[in-house]
Ligand binder design. Structure first.
Ligand SMILES: Cc1ncc(COP(=O)(O)O)c(C=O)c1O
Length: 398
């Protein structure tokens, strides 16, 4: 079976995790601090605060922004459900904005009509690793006192206007789930240029305490901590951070390989008429965290039918990015008529296998199934001269 993703984990990660265990300190400690410093440096922002996931990172970002019950938070429906959930954790109303059909990201044009005097924040997602146009969104939101939180869950290794994605945000959140390029098993990070915000995030992730357990342990003096506000246990462990430090060093090489494979997909699948694919936006580069394709309306096989054909051929693909407003948890949220792009692309797209060790032969097998499924389109359009001949389509179950 060709998996949709396989994390790049080797001996170095195993050794780093073993060293953390052997050190006797496995909870949040010196390796988390080291990972935070290295991550902040890699992103090129002031500070990075490690947490247990991007979901918890987003929750803390909402608190740091001061989002309260009664506030509105504008977010894409077209995102993993955790994006919208974060606003609801703090009692806010989620208002769903539609996405641009090329980037799958919300834009000032889709957000502006939804702004009200109750809007407190916009969650701008770099969907599938495609950086969103942060400057344009900040231009709309900053003068209105609306904070833009960048959900860069998928975007470690992507760039925006020559800098790493997330670098220009007041708050950006990252995921280290194994579906992402840089993984720590589970894990997340919040980056911010503001040291006071970072200090508060560090308290919030650790029950609200003003002196961390690691700091008390490292000090010979007796230190008594205090709890100034309601906090959480959203800590990352030193075992995860040890793995993260190795992964962070590998990230440029992982991005390079993914971009090479993505370009090959684009070349091969570009022969299929009407097939839309993830691409770099004009202002940045994507890490191709999710290589999505969207089927044209006249594609002879349904999206789910194509997923089944791929599964029958031993290929694990996934449906495209979900639309949160169509899930029961969001019944009553979102107006389908105003989320037309989201609904169309969510139902017509799928995510293809793309990972560091994917071979060209494996990639050819994926392409062959899709080209074979598109075969009837070739017949319909033969008089238009399309050529879908693709190596290896023989023997593909169809
Ligand atoms: C856009 C986006 N936001 C948030 C999350 C949640 O990340 P985590 O699994 O680290 O909580 C994900 C996970 O896929 C995501 O894609």
């Amino acid at each position: 079976m060709i998996p949709v993703i396989r994390p790049v984990l080797g001996d170095e990660e195993a050794r780093a995790a073993a060293e953390a265990v052997a050190s006797g300190w496995i909870a949040q400690g010196p390796r988390v601090a080291e990972f935070e410093a290295a991550f902040a440096n890699a992103i090129g922002t002031g500070d990075a605060v490690a947490v247990s996931s991007c979901t918890t990172a987003l929750h803390l970002a909402m608190i740091a922004v001061g989002v309260r019950p009664g506030d509105e938070v504008i977010a894409p429906s077209m995102s993993f459900i955790a994006t919208a959930n974060a606003a609801r954790y703090v009692g806010a109303q989620v208002v769903f904005a539609d996405v641009d059909p090329q980037t799958l990201n919300i834009t000032p044009a889709t957000v502006e009509p939804l702004l009200t005097d109750r809007t407190r924040a916009v969650i701008l997602v770099d969907q599938g690793g495609v950086p969103a146009d942060l400057d344009a969104m900040r231009e709309l939101c900053d003068p209105r006192g609306v904070t833009v939180v960048e959900d860069a869950a998928c975007a470690a290794g992507s760039t925006y206007r020559g800098r790493p994605a997330g670098a220009g945000a007041a708050l950006a959140t990252f995921s280290f789930h194994p579906r992402k390029l840089l993984t720590t098993g589970e894990g997340g990070m919040v980056t911010t240029p503001d040291p006071a915000v970072a200090a508060r995030l560090r308290r919030l992730r650790e029950h609200g305490m003003d002196i961390s357990a690691a700091a008390r342990h490292a000090d010979r003096r007796v230190l008594i901590e205090h709890y100034a506000e309601l906090g959480y246990n959203y800590r990352m462990t030193d075992i995860q951070a040890a793995i993260g430090l190795v992964q962070l060093r590998r990230l440029p090489e992982i991005v390079r390989r993914r971009r090479q494979l993505a370009e090959r997909y684009q070349r091969l699948l570009g022969r299929i008429p009407g097939l839309q694919m993830i691409r770099d936006p004009g202002y940045g580069t994507t890490n191709f965290q999710s290589f999505w394709v969207a089927l044209p309306a006249d594609f002879p096989v349904t999206r789910n039918g194509l997923l089944q054909l791929l599964a029958d051929a031993g290929i694990s693909a996934r449906r495209g990015i979900m639309a949160a407003h169509l899930e029961p948890a969001y019944a009553g949220y979102g107006d389908g008529a105003q989320l037309a792009v989201t609904e169309r692309l969510s139902s017509s797209s799928l995510i293809l296998p793309l990972f560091h060790e994917l071979t060209e032969d494996e990639q050819d097998r994926v392409v062959a199934v899709i080209a074979h499924a598109a075969g009837s389109v070739t017949r319909v359009r033969e008089d238009a001269g399309s050529d879908l001949s693709c190596p290896g389509t023989e023997g593909v179950p169809g």
